[in-house]
Design a protein around this ligand. Structure first.
Ligand code: FES
Length: 158
């Protein structure tokens, strides 16, 4: 973790405490999680207590204190998505990535989360990949999506 990068993010928001959430989002985008050192630096720069920053970081589900994969996969297993085949999608994702919900692949390429409803039940089953919602998911579609990302990451060799 580079202190100057964190300082740059704080300065981007003129060191305003009201921009704390945006700063944390930027730090997470940079490091795929919120390193403790970065949070301590933000606390110092904003003249806030570390515990207050830590509280914000742990309150929001979108923040992670442990390293996440480069690509995030979120599967909905709420009732509507469940009856439309969500569990089959989850089985396929587990097979393709080797990880279960809450885990990150050892090469830090993929992180997997499961949620209960994303509010778009009509297009279920739903998968969110890197923040983009994909509806009417099928085993074939998710296989192609993950395959494409794997191929891209390995420079088209996969
Ligand atoms: S149950 Fe999946 S979006 Fe509502």
């Amino acid at each position: 973790m580079d202190i100057r990068t964190v300082d740059g993010i704080v300065e981007k928001y003129q060191g305003k405490r009201t921009a704390l959430i945006s700063m944390l989002h930027d730090i997470q985008n940079q490091y795929h999680h919120l390193p403790e050192k970065a949070l301590r630096r933000v606390a110092l720069r904003l003249k806030m207590d570390f515990t207050d920053i830590y509280g914000v970081a742990t309150f929001y589900k979108s923040f992670s204190l442990t390293p996440k994969g480069k690509h995030s996969l979120t599967l909905c297993l709420g009732t509507a998505c469940h009856v439309r085949g969500g569990p089959k999608i989850l089985r396929e994702v587990k097979k393709l990535t080797g990880i279960g919900p809450g885990q990150t692949t050892p090469d830090r390429q993929f992180s997997l989360e499961v949620v209960n409803c994303l509010g778009v039940c009509a297009i279920g089953p739903v998968v969110v990949m890197d923040g983009k919602i994909h509806g009417e998911m099928t085993v074939g579609k998710v296989r192609r999506m993950i395959g494409k990302l794997k191929a891209k990451e390995s420079g088209g060799r996969a």
